[in-house]
Design a protein around this ligand. Structure first.
Ligand code: HEM
Length: 188
């Protein structure tokens, strides 16, 4: 493939992301019909600077593309695969994360960056039914494993990245199951 050439871009708070990050102390709590499943995991999270876009000749968004691949420590098998973009609008300070997982679920979360003493936290949220930051899911998932909310804090300090995310699910008769994931990764 040809080398890709992007616009020169100010990535603002997203400038800390690009690279390949790995971490082996992931903690996943996921739903099971009879309670919780605890899944220790390792993962590779890859971020690539992808230039900028202009919407309606007005809104400029800096773009970072990502791919997250998560494997269960007990089996070495991949059990979560996620792709999307992080976006930053300089004029308003808005941060967005788009997220797609191969369960028939996709969402657009919005929020802000908190930058302090060389530490950057990207904090975004989405809620089902929100006109601004919403969640789209297949008819099956709406009925059987509905995502109601998503909250995500991702922090980078130097070559260390940590995240903490909560996905609120309506599943197995539980109206608000807290599906949580966290890990600490190092830039390779
Ligand atoms: C590191 C991140 C994540 C990991 C390791 C993970 C892992 C899991 C696991 C193990 C299950 C239980 C069902 C199964 O064994 O496949 C599950 C269920 C589910 N996850 Fe995640 N998940 C992650 C992030 C997310 C995110 C970000 C979303 C959506 C915003 C999501 C949505 C769901 C849904 C809707 C289910 C219910 C489906 C079911 O249990 O049958 N997950 N996840």
């Amino acid at each position: 493939m040809n080398d890709l050439v992007y616009e020169e871009t100010d990535y603002g708070p997203l400038a800390c992301l690009p690279g390949v990050w790995q971490g082996g102390s992931g903690e996943d709590i996921a739903p099971e019909p009879d309670g919780d499943e605890n899944n220790p995991y390792y993962e590779t999270l890859t971020f690539e600077a992808a230039g900028d876009v202009t919407n309606a000749e007005e809104q400029v968004l800096a773009v970072v593309r990502y791919h997250q691949i998560v494997s269960r420590i007990s089996t070495g098998k991949v059990f979560h695969d996620q792709v999307g973009f992080w976006l930053w609008e300089a004029t308003t300070g808005t941060i967005m994360q788009t997220l797609t997982i191969p369960r028939g679920v996709t969402l657009l979360a919005g929020g802000r960056a908190i930058v302090n003493n060389g530490r950057t936290t990207l904090r975004v949220k989405a809620k089902e039914g929100s006109a601004d930051w919403g969640i789209i899911q297949s008819p099956f998932m709406q009925k059987k494993a509905r995502t109601l909310e998503f909250r995500h804090d991702l922090t980078v300090e130097g070559d260390t990245l940590s995240y903490d995310e909560t996905t609120v699910l309506e599943i197995y008769g539980n109206p608000r199951y807290l599906h949580t994931d966290r890990n600490i990764l190092q830039r390779q």
